[in-house]
Write a protein that binds this ligand. Structure first.
Ligand SMILES: C[S@@+](CC[C@H](N)C(=O)[O-])C[C@H]1O[C@@H](n2cnc3c(N)ncnc32)[C@H](O)[C@@H]1O
Length: 436
């Protein structure tokens, strides 16, 4: 970004694997062409439109690109030389346009000019700051903390801003990939993916991943969208926020899960009312077993679900039965030809084998590999085939509450949904700050 530009270059982190879906979102909402890189999208935006970046639902963190170094071998030099190159570079470009854009976005009023060397006693309103450095690539001879420390030292020398590691005003990001670097200034203090969830569980899905799944499903106005294994409800809440002309229904076998979903929905409705003057979301939460859906045949347009991976939730062994029965039952309820399912799982082997058995019910249209806090997971977009399925053997079922005897007993027997089971798995504390 150069002085006098009215265009600001923005970078945003996105769930790895969903870059192209978010590129589409940028095009739709901001009318620009984003460039995709692994886990990030970059796009230009007019200075006056900067506030619109927070309307993006598929991005986690947003930052202004202050400067970029592309393909410079000096980054791969010996430690001292590479750090010296970075430090000199930090001093050598004009930070002011990016700083001004940041100030305008945040509505702050700091003095962001370089200090006057002839007037050291001057009282100035300076921001506190910190530098974070991320690095990918094997060939660097220095570590990320070295980079952050030396670049931070140089910025402190230049601007005299005080360093503050927690709750700093300015968050400078240095993102190094092989022989390229981006210097950025964060626009979002907390990741935007946190916006929907107040009640966290051990497998809470990031709303930004949920958003990507919904985009892949592409709900048309009026379609009924169902998450039959909803947990805390990330998918259904994100769906109801972003696709207001659809009806969303979500359910889980586990009472703790549905209570969490209701808690999240209630808090979301309250904050919508206060912040946006909007009403409750078009959303219902029920309790059921996905293998016996209490729904009419051909009554749902889209199923979207984050299935138990068999790690923090359920077990790989039990998945064989759950995936088979669940996919069969979803096929019964899903409208032939137009119906779709978007299913996320890490248990790819089980999913592939199950789909292989069900080629007359489900046609695999796309599969996207995504990174879920270090785990490689896969999102499948399935189209409901028009072929008949054995409706004869799938009678329509009764909801758990009504049948009375299935609910809790059933959970204990299957073990799948019970919360005790989650704790037993031993890794209940989700990495990545509570998100799966
Ligand atoms: C990976 S978690 C979903 C997490 C959810 N996306 C969230 O954001 O909290 C899978 C969910 O499937 C539910 N589940 C397992 N077996 C089920 C079944 N037979 N019927 C319905 N839900 C089931 C579990 O209780 C769990 O909440």
């Amino acid at each position: 970004m150069e002085t006098g530009d009215s265009i600001v270059e923005i970078g945003a982190t996105v769930p790895t694997g969903f870059e192209y879906l978010i590129k589409e979102e940028c095009k739709e909402k901001l009318e620009n062409e984003a460039q995709c890189r692994r886990g990030k999208v970059y796009f230009p935006i007019k200075f006056e439109d900067l506030h619109k970046v927070i309307t993006l639902r598929g991005v986690d963190n947003v930052f202004i690109v202050a400067k970029e170094i592309v393909k410079d071998e000096r980054l791969l030099d010996e430690k001292e030389a590479a750090i010296k190159f970075l430090v000199n570079f930090t001093e050598g470009f004009n930070w002011l346009p990016a700083l001004n854009a940041w100030q305008s976005f945040t509505g702050t009023n700091f003095d962001l000019t370089l200090p006057d060397p002839n007037n050291s006693s001057e009282q100035r309103n300076l921001p506190s700051f910190r530098v974070t450095c991320t690095r990918s690539g094997q060939r660097h001879k220095f570590g990320s903390p070295d980079g952050a420390c030396h670049i931070g030292g140089k910025i402190n020398d230049m601007y005299h801003w005080p360093v503050k590691m927690k709750n700093s005003d300015l968050d400078i990001m240095v993102d190094i990939t092989d022989d390229s670097v981006i210097f950025g200034i964060a626009l979002t203090r907390a990741s935007l993916h946190r916006r929907n969830i107040t009640h966290f569980g051990p497998t809470t899905l990031r709303p930004t991943v949920a958003y990507g799944m919904l985009r892949l499903a592409n709900p048309k106005p009026g379609e009924v969208v169902c998450d039959p294994m909803c947990g805390g409800g990330s998918v259904t809440i994100e769906g109801a926020c972003s696709w207001a002309s659809n009806y969303f229904v979500a359910a889980d076998i586990n009472k703790v899960g549905t209570e969490r979903a209701v808690g999240n929905l209630t808090d979301m409705a309250a904050s919508r009312k206060i912040e946006q003057g909007k009403g409750a979301l078009m959303n219902d939460v029920l309790r059921w077993d996905v293998c016996k859906l209490p729904l009419k045949t051909n009554s749902v347009d889209v199923f979207i679900s984050d299935m138990p991976f068999g790690k923090r939730m359920g077990s790989k062994y039990r998945n064989w039965q759950l995936y088979e029965q669940g996919l069969r039952e979803m096929a019964r309820v899903c409208r032939p030809t137009t119906g779709r399912a978007v299913l996320l799982t890490q248990d790819k082997k089980c999913m592939q084998k199950t789909l292989y058995q069900f080629t007359t019910m489900w046609r695999k249209k796309t599969q996207l590999f995504i990174n879920m806090g270090g785990m490689s997971a896969c999102v499948y977009l399935l189209q409901r085939c028009k072929d008949k399925l054995n409706h004869e053997d799938s009678s329509e079922n009764t909801p758990m509450e009504e049948s009375g005897d299935v609910a809790d007993d059933n959970m204990e027997e299957s073990g799948d949904g019970a919360d005790d089971n989650m704790e037993e798995s031993g890794d209940g504390a989700a990495d990545d700050e509570g998100f799966k």
